[in-house]
Design a protein around this ligand. Sequence first.
Ligand SMILES: *[C@@H]1O[C@H](CO)[C@@H](O)[C@H](O)[C@H]1NC(C)=O
Ligand SMILES: *[C@@H]1O[C@H](CO)[C@@H](O)[C@H](O)[C@H]1NC(C)=O
Ligand SMILES: *[C@@H]1O[C@H](CO)[C@@H](O)[C@H](O)[C@H]1NC(C)=O
Ligand SMILES: *[C@@H]1O[C@H](CO)[C@@H](O)[C@H](O)[C@H]1NC(C)=O
Ligand SMILES: *[C@@H]1O[C@H](CO)[C@@H](O)[C@H](O)[C@H]1NC(C)=O
Length: 660
Amino acid sequence: MRLNMALGKRDAFLFYFVYILQITAASPRMFSIDYKHDCFRKDGEVFRYISGSIHYNRIPRVYWKDRLLKMYMAGLNAIQTYIPWNFHELDPELYDFSGDRDVTHFLQLAQDLGLLVILRPGPYICGEWDMGGLPAWLLKNKDIVLRSSDPDYIAAVDKWMGKLLPLIRPFLYQNGGPVITVQVENEYGSYFACDYNYLRHLTSLFRSHLGNEVVLFTTDGAGVSYLKCGAIEGLYATVDFGPGSNVTAAFSAQRYAEPHGPLVNSEFYTGWLDHWGEHHSVVSTAAIVKSLNEMLSFGANVNMYMFIGGTNFGYWNGANTKYAPQPTSYDYDAPLTEAGDLTDKYFAIQDVIRMYRKIPEGSPPPSTPKYAYGSVKMSLLTTVSKAADTLSFNGPVKATYPLTFIQLNQKFGYVLYRTTLPIDCSKPTPLSSPMNGVHDRAYVSVNGVASGILERNKVITTNITGKAGDQLDVLVENMGRINYGKEINDFKGLVSNLTLGTQDLRNWEVFSLRIDEAISDGLLWEGDIGEKSPSPPLWSSAGLFPPAFYIGSFVIPDGIPDLPQDSYIQFPGWKKGQVWVNGFNLGRYWPDRGPQITLFVPANILSTSAPNNITMLELEAAPCMSGPCTVKFTTMPVLNATVTSTTDQSRQLFHKQDLL
Ligand SMILES: *[C@@H]1O[C@H](CO)[C@@H](O)[C@H](O)[C@H]1NC(C)=O
Ligand SMILES: *[C@@H]1O[C@H](CO)[C@@H](O)[C@H](O)[C@H]1NC(C)=O
Ligand SMILES: *[C@@H]1O[C@H](CO)[C@@H](O)[C@H](O)[C@H]1NC(C)=O
Ligand SMILES: *[C@@H]1O[C@H](CO)[C@@H](O)[C@H](O)[C@H]1NC(C)=O
Ligand SMILES: *[C@@H]1O[C@H](CO)[C@@H](O)[C@H](O)[C@H]1NC(C)=O
C-alpha cells in the first residue's frame, strides 16, 4: 500500500474501497495469452506450464490418481491428455463415459491434486491410437474424406462435439475447473487436405460450446512447411519437437506463425513409439535433460510427451504406413513406465524442474509391487473354425464377394471368411491377394488343417492343396487402423478378392466374430464346444496349427498380504495372438516378432476369491506339440527383445530435417 502515501485521505479511502471491491468480487479466474510480454497469464500473473502427457484411456481408472500424484510430485504444474472420440462414441450417438472412460472424473482428480490440464479433444488425435481416435463407423460412407469439410464428416463431428464439449465446459479454468487451454485438431499441417474451412469450422464449433475466453491452440511439427496448413487465425499456434533438435531453430518456426505470445513445445518427446518387428525405441535421459533445461531457460512452456505412456489394451493400438502396427505396450520409454514405476529418467527430469520451480515436499508414491504368479498350464479348447457358429451369434452372412469389417458393422478383432475350393488343387496352388487386400493378416486353413498365412504388404501369396469342395477358411485379423497420414481410411478384412490360381474366389460365408462378448458371457467355457485332443491332426507340415482358443486358470495364494498385485504375463513358445484374463482383453502378444515380450497385467482385473481365468486365441501355433503349453507370470517387463523381422521405420524420430 505504498501508493497510499501519495494520495490524500479521501482519495485513499476511495482507493481502498475500490481495492476491496475488486477482491471481494472474487477476483475472476482468468487464463489468457499476453502478446505484449510473450507469456501466459493466470489470474493476471505471468504463468508458465511444465506439463506431462498422460492418456487416461491407456491406464486403468484405479491407477489414475497414483499416476497423477507421481506427476505432481515430479514438479509438474499441468498435465496434458487427448480425448479419443472412438473410445467414447462406440456407435453413432451411443456414448460411454463410464468406468475407464469417465473423463470428467479424471479431470476432477487432476484438479484435486493441484494440476492444471491442457486438453486435446481432437476430433483427430493421432496418438498411436486406432484410426487416430476417429470412430471406424465413419467408414460406413466409403468415400468419406476424413479431417476435411466433407459434410458427412462434419455432421458426425458436430454431434460428437455437441455431446463432449458441454461436459468439458464446467472444467474450464474460467468456470472454476483445471482446463487452461484446449487444442483443436492435431498436427493438421501434416495432413494432405490442408482444408482451412475445416479448421475454421472447428474453431467456431469449439467457441460456440466453450465460450470466447478459453485459449484455443494448435500443435504442429516445428517447421514452416507444417505450420502453413496447421496454423490459422484465432487458434494460437504451438510446435512439437524432441531432444536433439535445435531449440532456437524450432521456436523460430513457432515465431513464423506467432510473432508474439508464449513459446510452447506441446510435445517434447521423452521417448518414442514402437512397431512390431522393429527395435524398441530408447531415448537417452542425458539428451532429454539437456533440451528440457534449454527450453525452460528460454522461458518456454513445455509438455513432455509422454510422461507416462501406459497400455493399448484390447485392440486400441494404431499403425503407421507402410503398414506397421504398434504393439500393446505404449511404455514409450517415458519417465514413468507402462506400469507407472519411477525411473532414473523421472528423477533426472525432476532435478531439472527443481531449478525453475519449487518441487512439492516429500517423496512420490513408490512403484507398485509386482507379483510372479508362476506358470499356468493352458489347454486347447477349440478352434475358431469349429466355434464359428457360437462366436458369430447371428450366423454367417452370405456374399458373392468378400465383405469388409465395416460392411458387417464390426470394428475390431477378427472376421472368418469361408468358402469351398472350386477346383482340385492336388498340386500346391497359389492362393493370392493380388491387390494386397488382406487387412491385415490372414490365417488360412483347408478342411480345418492350417495351411499358411497372408500379411498386408508382406506376404500376398500362399500355396494350398485340396480337392474341389473342400472347406477353405480364412480368418482375418484387424491389427490396428492407420493413425497417421493420408491412409487413415483404413478398411479391414478382405478388402479385395482372393484368387485361387487364376480365378476369383466367390460365394463366401462371412462370420462376424464377437469373441470378446463370447468370452465375457462364458460361451467358450461351455463343455459342448470343447475338445480334448484334436482329431484328425490339424497341424500343417509347416508347423502351423489353425487359430484356436486355449484356457487355463490360476489361484492367487492365501496368506500373502496385499495380493493381488500387478504382474507381467509372458508366452514361452507361443507365436501370436490375443489374451484375456477374467474376460478383460489385455491385448495382442507377438513374441515371435517382438520387440514386446511381456504384457502388463494390472492387479485390478485379478481376483483373490475365485480362480482367475486366462483365455488365449493363438493364431499360429501353441507350443503344445513339443512340450507343455504354459504361460508365465513374472515381475519384470521385457519390451526390447531382438526382433525377428524388420521393416523400414516409417515415421522417423523427430522432424529435424524440417527445422528452419
Ligand atoms: C541453431 O539454429 C540457429 C537458428 O537457426 C542457428 O543460428 C544455430 O547455428 C543453430 N545451432 C546449431 C548448433 O546448429
Ligand atoms: C508354390 O508352389 C509352387 C509350385 O510347387 C512353387 O514354385 C512356389 O515357390 C510356391 N510358392 C510359395 C509362395 O510357396
Ligand atoms: C471382386 O471381383 C468382382 C468381379 O470382378 C468385382 O465386381 C468386385 O468388386 C470385387 N470385390 C472386391 C471387394 O474387390
Ligand atoms: C473363472 O471361471 C470359473 C468357471 O466358469 C468361475 O467360477 C470363476 O468365477 C471365474 N473367475 C473369475 C475371477 O471370474
Ligand atoms: C533390454 O533392456 C534391459 C533393461 O534396460 C537391458 O538390460 C537389456 O540389455 C536390453 N536388451 C536388449 C536386447 O537390448
